[in-house]
Design a protein around this ligand. Sequence first.
Ligand code: FEO
Ligand code: CA
Ligand code: CA
Length: 669
Amino acid sequence: MIDYEGDKDKIYSINGRGEAFADVLARRLNRRGLLKSAAAASALAVTGPRLVPAPAAAQGTPTAGAAVGKLAFAPISLDEGSELVVAEGHRATAFLRWGEPLFADAPDFDPEAQTPESQAKQFGYNCDWMGFFPLPQGSDASDHGLLVVNHEYTNPELMFPGYLSPNPEYSPPASDDAPPDVPEFLTNPTQEIVDTELEAHGLSVVEIRRDETGEWQIVRDSEYNRRLTATTPMEATGPAAGTDLLKTSADATGTRISGTLNNCAGGVTPWGTVVTGEENFQQYFANLGQLAEDDPIRVAHDRFGIEEGSSERRWEEFHDRFDLTKEPNEPFRYGWGVEFDPYDPESVPKKRTALGRAKHEGHTSFVAPGGQVAIYSGDDERFEYAYKFVTTGSYDENDRAANMDLLDEGTLYVAKFNEDGTGEWLPLVAGEGELTEANGFPTQAEVVVNARFAADAVGATKMDRPEDFETNPVTGKVYLVCTNNSRRQLEETDAANPRPQNLGGHIIEITETGDDHAATTFNWEIFILAGDPAQGSTHFAGFDTDEVSPIASPDNITFDVDGNLWISTDGLGNTLAGNDGLFVVPTEGEERGFVRQFFSSVPGAEVSGPVFTPDNTSLFASIQHPAEGSSYEEPTIRWPDGGDAPVRPSVVVIQAADATARVGTGGAV
Ligand code: FEO
Ligand code: CA
Ligand code: CA
């Protein structure tokens, strides 16, 4: 989503104050990191980075003398065009489009006649995070599996003819800087449109198979295919389940919830389930201003930014549950990590309240040496926190059923980053420290429902929009992606958020003490300060900033089998002249910090949810909200179909020219 305020030249001059910003950076960066970076830089001065691969490697085939696993493609440049661009030797294909029929009896996509019933059987809108689940279950197949896809939100102005109409009272403002008195367009939601939007949210589970020519195909009559939407029955479990806070007039049990909303980033558990994060759920609710000002429910909802009056979507006009004057508790039923089993189409998704309530991203997990499972999650809002949940029970790799409710018992922690490069995981436990009844936390239910207030109370570190938060499967190090924060003032900077008006975003690298992901302490350093390298406020693990691809607003991350970090961006164009894209950076060795751009998307879109097949021969990525900012009648682009078709958010699959070669590196695993 767009998050840009102000003039970037001005912001860089505030940042920079000439040479002074370098001093700020040097002071704020972890000293060990700088020393290590200096050593790497001097090694490179001798050997030099491999800027351009051998030609054969760029074609996606192994090169004599080039170790498999080294990145082997020439970086592309920033691009603002209307077509996908991918590194030479690769191809990117739009694969799963909004409206794609997923069942044998699903109707074909018809943009002029979408209904709730048709949308419930088709691929949803605004694809985001993805997980690849091999078939058969338990295998490491890379040519057959289930693709699980989040559908974060809807853009009704791009989905439905006539949703926007000109406002007769509008007149252009006197200057470009002045906001208009009234909006230029009016919105026209109807019951049919709103109910179709509800079915376009949620997730899709889609069986896919790579054919003998290397092309991926959808298995339309698969028994696994499933849509989860904003109306699918779900269950609340854990400390908040069944408490008064979660009860509504439709659900006296406080456990039966209708659907999931704003599913952004997610994760896969070691036992092969999905944990999808509910992010900006506040946007669906209305009329906060009609609750009493001292009502604790109002205070709780205000922290998430629910509208005082009507919501922009106006769903409250069609469904009481979105109107706080009728159902003040309904927002407490969103903002959770939701777990379900993609291999069981009958499984009831469970909102795991023990993991805390936030604008969740992530939920990636790692098994600690003691067998406990650590789950990491960001809370994507300016000045919010980074969380870790550690299960009480241990993962049993030989008994899948025994793992299925592990996420209901454990300890929720929030991160505190110290100036000296150490850090602490502060427990959020009712009755401990500041989390007393007198402070508003009589039971763990209040702690998890109001995890943000609990994190305030224990003194956690306020971050620059923490989004994805993932563990490198090769090294065990954990990476926290802070996408940006235009509002941080100089006096609000700290070691872990060192940049005022942080438009470029940054990535923090965490090493858990003793490489134990259940540890309560860690060390950290800043891995990347993104932005225009020419502007002088960037840092790439000490790598020469002249050599790297410009990158800004990192959002989602994933890792290849060598532990290289793949980064998708959201909002790069607010800082640099380019569409959002995919970038890759080694995390270890002589090329640590050497960012290369691999892929460029289309205007208006963010790139999200990158995921590899186990053998790295296919890389899936979501092209979310293409043409955002325009309308159904006049879209800025009509990607991917062209002609008269509406623009359609779609999953792309990226493969090497030789479909059996690895993406980005060539060779075979
Ligand atoms: Fe849905 Fe924070 O991106
Ligand atoms: Ca995201
Ligand atoms: Ca985002």
